[in-house]
Design a binder for this molecule. Structure first.
Ligand code: GDP
Length: 445
């Protein structure tokens, strides 16, 4: 999986991490190569473009963490962005199979590996989770399809719904449901019919089955070797049927991996599993961080940078805590807090965790501010002089005008920042008085 992409990126970053200092041009050149590598891997152009832009933004906005080289840091940024592109906001492989019998609907084009994947997943659930699984083929168009599933079932020791000739897919789905309930099955899997390409009849059939089965999971099986076609197939199926995830098959082949990289970004749906061969065990849960690690082949560097960043954060938090205990909270602290907040998922993430901050968070929310506000606030603080940052009480009218103009913003917004700072400073003072900062320590964990 991803060998050629991995080789190319490995080369780019090998060169980058060996350099002691990095110029902006070095990073630019490296990113240009990354972009070419992505496009060669058949990643769609907009996805590749967004990817590079995100990395660029993060690389230029981040100060260099001590004890790692800038090159190593860039590797980490690229890694994180890969994870993001692959997984969006998470999504792990586990299937929702509570409330027995849980229906799983398998959809996809003919030849994508749908029947094979159905059996692979059934075997997995049986062996790993001790689930009792029933499989049913709804493929009335291709007689051999039903037998194929039956044969696979016998091979892996998973029951299949008895074949009744002449039944339509909806009737089969209903029978599967009844059988699953009566037979005490945890899961029943419905392997729908495929077509060579998406057509109306197929969609209507799948839709009708979905309506009676009300599946807990609707997994689309797509051939990973088909690259961008796999992504547009997923878009089509999702638009019509609504899928809960994708299984990419044939990732053992020499495919370029572009489908995997574009899938989430284009369709918004997670890849849940990848098929890695014809054997019944050749399937893996899809974990974005592991895959990103495999693509970059630089796991050591990523964890090195993570550790360095954690250390710095802990040191920073410690230093801040000491300051708060002394009742100090200037614009530098504020800036650090804002940066922290952006990292921790914005206002709600950070303030929700800090006792007493809920009110301030609410005010912010009511004033219609979103996280882009943080960026602007940080820009305003950056536009202050050292002295002003250390002593916010210096901020009088003429200074305010200069600062706001420097950040390209209005004084009104600066006033809001100053107000927020004052509230936070009050808070900090109170919390400092509350003793050894125990609460704050809790909140910052
Ligand atoms: P369906 O028409 O979508 O049900 O496809 P099948 O399940 O019949 O699979 C078509 C062919 O692809 C079979 O020969 C499978 O063994 C093969 N196949 C399925 N998944 C994979 C995979 O992940 N890797 C490889 N190499 N072959 C696969």
């Amino acid at each position: 999986m991803f060998e050629s992409l991995s080789d190319r990126l490995g080369g780019v970053f090998d060169r980058l991490t060996k350099q002691g200092a990095l110029s902006e041009d070095d990073v630019k050149t490296a990113l240009r190569e990354v972009r070419i590598a992505l496009l060669e891997a058949d990643v769609s152009l907009p996805v590749a473009r967004d990817f590079i832009k995100a990395v660029q933004d993060k690389a230029s906005g981040q100060s260099v963490t001590k004890s790692v080289t800038p090159g190593q840091q860039v590797v980490k940024i690229v890694h994180d962005e890969l994870v993001h592109v692959l997984a969006g906001d998470g999504g792990d492989g586990t299937l929702k199979i509570d409330n027995p019998p849980a229906p799983i609907l398998m959809v996809g084009l003919q030849g994508s590996g749908k029947t094979t994947t159905t059996a692979k997943l059934a075997k997995r659930m049986k062996e790993r989770e001790g689930k009792k699984v029933l499989m049913a083929s709804l493929d009335v168009n291709r007689p051999a399809a039903m037998e194929q599933l039956q044969i696979l079932g016998a091979q892996i020791g998973v029951d299949t719904l008895p074949i009744v000739k002449g039944e339509d897919p909806v009737a089969i789905a209903k029978r599967a449901k009844t059988q699953a309930s009566l037979g005490g099955y945890d899961v029943y899997m419905l392997d729908t019919a495929g077509r060579l390409s998406i057509d109306e009849e197929l969609m209507q059939q799948v839709e009708a089955v979905r309506n009676v089965a009300n599946p807990r999971e609707t997994l689309l099986v797509v051939d990973g070797l088909t690259g961008q076609d796999a992504v547009s197939t997923a878009e089509n199926f999702d638009g019509r049927i609504g899928i809960s995830g994708v299984v990419l098959t044939r990732m053992d082949g020499d495919g370029r991996g572009g489908a995997a990289l574009s899938m989430r970004a284009v369709t918004g749906k997670p890849i849940r599993f990848v098929g890695l061969g014809e054997k019944m065990d050749a399937i893996e849960e899809f974990h974005a961080d592991r895959v990103a690690g495999r693509i970059l082949g630089m796991g050591d560097i990523v964890s090195l940078v993570e550790k360095a960043q954690e250390t710095i954060e802990a040191e920073q938090a410690e230093r801040m805590m000491k300051r708060f205990q002394k009742g100090r909270f200037n614009m530098n602290d504020m800036k650090m807090q804002l940066e922290q907040m952006m990292k921790m998922g914005g206002m709600e993430g950070m303030m929700g965790m800090m006792p007493g901050m809920k009110k301030a968070a609410k005010q912010v929310e009511e004033s219609g501010m979103d996280d882009s506000v943080f960026k602007r606030q940080i820009a305003m603080i950056q536009s202050m002089t050292k002295k002003e940052r250390a002593n916010p009480q210096l901020l009088q009218a003429s200074r305010k005008k200069r600062i706001a103009a420097g950040a390209g913003l209005e004084v009104r917004e600066l006033n809001q920042l100053i107000k927020m700072h004052r509230q936070m400073a009050d808070m900090m003072k109170k919390m400092g008085k509350m003793g050894k900062g125990g609460m704050l320590k809790q909140a910052m964990k």
